[in-house]
Design a protein around this ligand. Structure first.
Ligand code: TXA
Ligand code: MG
Length: 309
């Protein structure tokens, strides 16, 4: 179906992706239409392995090879100088291309069998939380796409780390499962773009509204006290690393988390469940910003904003 120009949702180790042949302009335009995605937001291209890379992009720095050796295949995308060969919408007019080598058996099989470069954004309607289960893909995209490959919920639950790989220094454009601390073990001068707004804008996706459930999201230290404060609203709560379950009359849905990985893996699905249960407020425990905690706090902050400029 993919080699015939179809758009198919596929499981990956991060979140579900909405895949199409990246060299087929008509197929790629179907991704943008199905998601209602702004044309200015470029797509990540997924390749089975690094031997295919030089058809589309260039690596100018040794540290990029070192990171590929250490972290790929896996949940990290490299923004590289683009050398052409793909549908123009993929790069949204930029001179760079984001490339990822996914680590998911089914997705790897699809990439190898089709021998294709697959453009794949997260398989959700634009502005909605990413889909981490096939049921959520169908909830957002049923009737708009050609198929869904059904599998178990995605392992990480948050999207890949996107790094700028065009410069001397790796810059994290979007935090993800590969943390700054891990990157620094390979390239000690790696930095986060978060503190610098100019750098943020090198990743167009950060400008758009994202990750938002219908309920209002609050990221807080003390979930139990907030429940009392919102006693007239239907609430949902996630995080809360205590053994005992929190309870309150207005608490409709709650998920205590074993650890940060559990929190990350369940977050987007929890947002969707809270919306289905018609919660008005979602209370999210804040977490320390190390390891995957940085990616988690990034998504929580975006979900908590009513609008990004
Ligand atoms: O884990 C993931 O990365 C998932 C799975 C399906 O691979 N994909 C994903 O794609 O999250 P998407 O389109 O939802 O997010 C891609 C992000 C966007 O913020 C986009 O702006 C940024 O990557 N991006 C894509 N190409 C870029 C480029 N050439 N330069 C800078 N940022 C880029
Ligand atoms: Mg997305």
């Amino acid at each position: 179906m993919l080699s015939l120009g179809g758009v198919v949702a596929v499981p990956t180790e991060t979140v579900y992706g909405l895949a199409a042949n990246a060299a087929d302009a008509h197929a790629v335009s179907k991704i943008f239409a199905a998601k209602e995605r702004p044309a200015e937001n470029p797509l990540i291209v997924h390749l089975a392995d690094v031997t295919l890379l030089d058809q589309f992009a260039r690596i100018d720095h040794q540290w990029v090879w070192d990171c590929i050796d250490r972290f790929s295949p896996g949940p990290i995308s490299y923004v590289l100088p683009y050398s052409g060969g793909l549908a123009p919408q993929v790069t949204a007019g930029l001179t760079t291309l984001a490339v990822r080598f996914p680590k998911h058996d089914t997705f790897q099989d699809i990439l190898r069998e089709g021998n294709l470069a697959l453009a794949a954004p997260s398989a959700n309607r634009s502005g909605r939380p990413s889909a981490t289960t096939w049921q959520s893909v169908i909830a957002d995209l049923d009737g708009r796409i050609d198929g869904v490959v059904c599998d178990v919920p995605c392992h990480w639950g948050l999207e890949s780390t996107v790094i700028d790989a065009t410069t001397d220094t790796p810059i994290i454009l979007r935090p993800g499962a590969i943390s700054l601390e891990q990157l620094k073990t390979v390239v000690p001068n790696a930095i986060n773009s978060e503190s610098n707004n100019k750098l943020q804008h090198r990743s167009p996706g950060t400008r758009f509204k994202h990750y938002q459930p219908a309920a209002k999201v609050y990221v807080i230290e003390d979930v139990a006290s907030a429940l009392v404060q919102f006693n007239n609203a239907r609430c949902a709560a996630i995080g809360v690393f205590t053994a005992e379950q929190i309870t309150a009359p207005n608490l409709v849905l709650a998920e205590n988390c074993r650890d940060l990985s559990h929190y990350a893996q369940r977050l987007f699905e929890f947002f969707r469940e809270a919306d289905s249960a018609q919660c008005e407020i979602i209370l999210c425990q804040n977490v320390p910003e190390s390891g995957i905690g940085a990616a988690l706090m990034d998504r929580l902050r975006r979900a908590a904003l009513s609008e990004l400029s």
